[in-house]
Design a binder for this molecule. Structure first.
Ligand code: ADP
Ligand code: MG
Length: 321
């Protein structure tokens, strides 16, 4: 199979009905039409075999996940998906693998209205890099630098089950088959919170998606916004499988787990009911977990207001222990 056969067979779709796409796959560039009154939100995320996923990972889930984690960045900005490009390094052109990968990828692309408009394909160690493009009105983008003292801190969905599944794969934890199956779905098939992100436009101030662990990701908001926070670790919403585990494991998975792809966002306290209405309208549960304050740093406490100290922080590819 030639490189061009591969692109035609697995990644080229019928022309997209989306009027924003002037030209899709097949030329030197795709042409994307600008939307009136919007900035283009752009983000890239890469998945490398052996680093972000195990060798031999199920290709359909991988196709889903590599797009989902990029869409999660659009969600965290309050942006609406428009299009994406796909850069793929493959050790070999295996038809079964390619068919399953593109099925997972394109099913999510269709479901989220995000068209594949181009990419690059080369031989090499399995690496998947996606760049997404989305629309957001400039004054409504949910930026990391917008939190203010007094804001309430919110988290969508539940945290920790993805990290719990990873722990089971690494033999750190034992789960029964049903639990492993449920937690693995969180790890391998994350749901980008696009509807919530868009519903929070004009309501939330700052937002980030939780990809490397709640504590570390919230700290990015604090650093960029020049403020601090106080968070009740017992208010963090636990994944249904994690709920049955020991307290210490619950805390490490929710606070420093990673791969949750939930949104952490802040909003002024007088927008409390508006946040709940946005959550309801987007059918996404949210929990209020803390307060932004002026004193730099993240302070954790439990439900009895006892300080809680985090031993292990979020995931960092380049940090040496
Ligand atoms: P060029 O050499 O000009 O960079 P390529 O030969 O790499 O172009 O690609 C040909 C066309 O196929 C381009 O439109 C490119 O965007 C598209 N393409 C290449 N790889 C992929 C892929 N994995 N998914 C989607 N489109 C792709
Ligand atoms: Mg090229």
């Amino acid at each position: 199979m030639s490189e061009f056969d591969l692109i035609r067979q697995y990644f080229t779709r019928p022309p997209d009905a989306n009027a924003r796409i002037g030209l899709g796959i097949g030329d030197d560039c795709a042409l994307l039409r600008a939307a009136a009154g919007c900035d283009l939100a752009i983000s890239t995320d890469m998945l490398v075999e052996g680093r972000h996923f195990f060798a031999g990972a199920e290709p359909e889930a991988l196709g889903h996940k590599c797009l989902a984690i990029n869409l999660s960045d659009l969600a965290a900005m309050g942006a609406a998906p428009v299009a994406f490009t796909l850069a793929l390094a493959l050790p070999a052109a295996e038809p079964d693998w390619l068919a399953a990968f593109s099925r997972g990828l394109l099913a999510l692309a269709d479901a989220s209205g995000c068209a594949l408009i181009g990419g690059d394909t080369t031989r090499g160690p399995l690496t998947i890099s996606i760049t997404v493009f989305g629309d957001v009105p400039p004054t409504l983008a949910l930026r990391r630098d917008a939190a203010r003292p007094g804001d309430e801190i919110w988290v969508s969905g539940t945290l920790g089950d993805a990290r719990l599944a990873l722990g089971a794969c690494l033999n750190e934890t034992t789960l029964d088959a049903g639990q492993f199956n449920d937690a693995s779905t969180r790890l391998h098939r994350p749901t980008p919170r696009l509807a919530l992100g868009m519903a929070l436009r004009g309501i939330a101030r700052a937002a980030i998606d939780i990809s490397d662990g709640f504590a570390g990701d919230l700290e990015h908001i604090l650093e960029r916004s020049g403020c601090g926070a106080s968070v009740d670790v017992d208010a963090l919403p636990l994944g249904p499988v994690l709920r049955s585990q020991a307290r210490a494991l619950q805390r490490s998975c929710t606070l420093a787990g990673g791969d949750d792809y939930e949104l952490c966002f802040t909003a002024a306290p007088d927008r409390h009911d508006a946040v709940l209405a946005a959550a309801h309208a987007s059918a996404t549960p949210v929990a209020c977990v803390g307060i932004i304050d002026a004193l730099p740093g993240l302070r954790l406490h439990d439900a009895t207001r006892q300080p809680y100290f985090l031993t292990q922080h979020s995931f960092d590819h380049f940090k040496t222990p």
